[in-house]
Design a protein around this ligand. Structure first.
Ligand SMILES: O=P(O)(O)O[C@@H]1[C@@H](OP(=O)(O)O)[C@H](OP(=O)(O)O)[C@H](O)[C@H](OP(=O)(O)O)[C@H]1OP(=O)(O)O
Ligand SMILES: Nc1ncnc2c1ncn2[C@@H]1O[C@H](COP(=O)(O)OP(=O)(O)O)[C@@H](O)[C@H]1O
Ligand SMILES: [Mg+2]
Ligand SMILES: [Mg+2]
Length: 359
């Protein structure tokens, strides 16, 4: 009998397609019975395929309608992940709300999110009452995280003078010294991988007091190194070797908790370690379908994940994948759970002035 093959359609923006759909991934998936096929977004999704599975990172109502139509016409098809679940990550407030809802006990380490407020208009920006409890320096982040260059443009604000340049809606989040290193935790179904990346340097007491401009803008700090990123080489070059990794089991528990709460299979989150405590971790960002190609061995991890989904669907029906009802793929049983922790990131932020921070 001929080997059963599976078709996975992908709908990605050109830049994402280029970084993610590499020959090495396509070849490995093909050798294991999975054909990765580009979805033509100029045509109706439901008229293409057939696809056992749809993988996507696109924004907007038109695309949501395409997915809805696909669901109706392909009750056996699996959508990774549900657009309704992904949308939570398009707003920097709802994104982190889920962290506050997690209940995870760990012997010595704690986690949370930095103090933050959302500002919708200039009036509130200058209203000292709205600021109660929040201390300078703060990072101003665009409220919307929609993948645009603008949504990554941030500013470190040292004092009230810096506020003049900000354009709401923004989130103001306390800047927390963390030794200039950020931990990026990549999640793919049941797989969790934590890596170290360069971050913003700590701010000294003198800098806090002495900044002339009151503000410094920056964008995608941890992505500044665009050379090959095998971790050993990157860690040496960026002088990250000495930074201790967070406890693996702790990070895995947080990853699992987030995954279950958000009902997402493909995401990463950025974690910093509060330099004042050393055992306090803060989650500052969660991204849907991040740059997996930067993760060592991404081809194997992603292919294993695809195989798990299609095999589960084949064996027990689409409900068993959990993805039909927008649940996440279960982390036990058939889903291989590899956890490793070996140790990134960053247009018009809403600032009129530009001083690029060099790290
Ligand atoms: O392109 P890459 O590889 O830098 O991936 C970006 C991610 O970098 P990371 O994997 O966390 O280092 C990046 O993560 P950060 O927000 O920089 O932490 C985002 O996920 C970005 O997607 P979007 O612009 O928010 O939609 C991701 O961009 P897209 O590839 O989705 O456009
Ligand atoms: N509260 C914070 N304290 C210290 N550094 C931060 C904080 N928030 C963000 N950063 C730094 O700014 C970078 C970009 O912020 P992030 O929220 O991850 O936005 P993006 O979605 O563009 O990656 C982070 O990678 C980190 O280096
Ligand atoms: Mg980030
Ligand atoms: Mg982000």
């Amino acid at each position: 009998m001929a080997e059963r093959r599976f078709g996975i359609g992908y709908a990605l923006a050109p830049k994402k397609q280029q970084s993610f759909i590499q020959e090495s991934l396509v070849d490995l998936a093909r050798s294991r019975g999975i054909d990765l096929v580009r979805i033509d977004t100029e045509r109706s999704l439901a008229d293409q395929g057939p696809f056992d599975c749809v993988l996507h990172k696109l924004y907007g109502d038109d695309w949501k309608r395409e997915l809805a139509e696909f669901r109706v016409k392909n009750p056996d098809g699996v959508i990774i992940d549900a657009p309704e679940a992904i949308e939570r990550l398009h707003n920097r407030i709802s994104m982190l709300q889920v962290v506050s809802e997690l209940r995870i006990e760990h012997e010595s380490d704690t986690f949370g999110i930095p103090k933050q407020i959302v500002i919708y208009d200039k009036e509130t920006l200058f209203d000292r009452q709205a600021w109660e409890g929040l201390k300078f320096p703060v990072i101003a982040k665009p409220l919307v995280a929609d993948g645009s260059a603008k949504s990554h443009k941030m500013a470190l604000v040292f004092n009230h003078d810096g506020l003049d340049n900000l354009k709401p809606p923004i989130v103001l989040q306390e800047f927390v010294n963390h030794g200039g290193v950020i931990f990026k935790v990549y999640v793919v179904g049941g797989y969790v991988k934590c890596v170290k990346r360069k971050s913003l340097p700590d701010v000294s007491e003198e800098e806090k007091l002495g900044s002339l401009d009151g503000l410094m803008s920056f964008s995608q700090i941890s992505n500044l190194a665009n050379n090959e990123r095998t971790d050993d080489k990157y860690y040496k070059m960026m002088q990250l070797d000495d930074t201790e990794m967070p406890p693996q089991s702790f990070i895995t528990d947080i990853a699992r908790g987030l995954q279950q709460a958000m009902k997402l299979n493909l995401f990463n989150f950025d974690v910093i370690r509060d330099a004042r405590f050393g055992n306090r971790y803060l989650i500052i960002d969660i991204n849907y379908f991040p740059g997996y190609a930067k993760m060592p061995g991404y081809e194997t991890v992603l292919t294993d994940f695809f195989c798990d989904i299609v095999q589960k669907k084949e064996k027990d029906g689409v409900e068993s994948t959990g993805l039909d009802s927008y649940e996440v793929l279960s982390c036990d049983d058939e889903v291989r759970r590899i956890v490793s922790c070996d140790g990134d990131d960053g247009g018009d932020l809403n600032v009129e002035e530009e001083n690029r921070i060099q790290v």
